[in-house]
Design a protein around this ligand. Structure first.
Ligand SMILES: *Cc1c(COP(=O)(O)O)cnc(C)c1O
Length: 229
């Protein structure tokens, strides 16, 4: 078994145990493999181990890997910050976008999603850590943004995404994750998705209702940001 296959098995076991600990169906928690900075060969190895959903943060890097892996049936999720000049390629080349945090971006994705493709699955990124520097809309902005996005064509609003401040304390980890779930429920829009939980806090996220955990390091090892992307 490759290291990546072993890591996938370990992470799947963590997901299963965390789901069982909170009486949730493990099948309700999707594993999104975050492959940013990792080569196409790592994605190919993960695919061979049964992994199908991959998350990327950097558009040019993602497009290059998609071209190399065109022989595989993969589901691509864009999870990085979005500049408006990148929306067309994102609308054309991804199945999900987790990081929509303003209406202008959603409008462009709606206009640019090709008609022959199914609607683009959208999560709204919310800043639940009250850090002004972080991306994500504020909890105050969320209801109006969500309402507006549900009215756009060619998009399917699925739920919310957050990247809370890292913490080693499981109790402190749960607070912002619980806040994201409460914000989702308060919208009253019948949204089925909570994209939250990374390598360090996936147990806390599953306890608070995560339906996608986005896992990079625990699957592919530490990232090297030495080379530009
Ligand atoms: C890099 C990244 C992850 C993965 O983080 P790990 O700690 O390596 O599991 C998840 N979500 C987003 C948005 C990321 O940018």
């Amino acid at each position: 078994m490759s290291t990546i296959a072993e890591n996938i098995a370990k992470v799947r076991r963590r997901i299963r145990e965390a789901a069982q600990a909170s009486q949730r169906d493990p099948q309700a928690v999707g594993l999104l493999a975050v492959s940013k900075t990792k080569p196409a060969a790592a994605i190919r190895a993960a695919h061979a181990a049964g992994q199908r959903d991959f998350g990327e943060n950097y558009l040019q890097e993602a497009l290059a890997k998609q071209a190399e892996l065109a022989d595989l049936e993969l589901t691509w999720h864009f999870i990085g910050p979005i500049q408006s000049n990148k929306t067309r390629a994102i609308a054309e080349h991804f199945h999900w976008v987790h990081s929509v945090d303003r209406l202008k971006i959603a409008q462009r994705l709606a206009e640019q999603r090709p008609a022959h493709l199914p609607p683009l699955n959208i999560c709204l990124q919310v800043n639940v850590s009250f850090e002004p520097s972080k991306s994500g809309c504020t909890p105050q902005e969320l209801p109006a943004l969500a309402q507006a996005v549900t009215r756009l064509p060619r998009l399917r609003l699925r739920g919310l995404m957050a990247i809370p401040e890292p913490s080693d304390d499981p109790q402190a980890q749960r607070e912002p994750l619980a806040r994201l779930r409460q914000l989702r429920d308060a919208l009253g829009l019948d949204l089925d998705t909570l994209s939250m939980g990374m390598s360090q806090d996936l147990e806390a996220a599953i306890a608070e209702g995560a339906t996608w955990v986005r896992i990079g390091t625990a699957l592919f090892g530490a990232r090297d940001y030495g080379s530009p992307h």
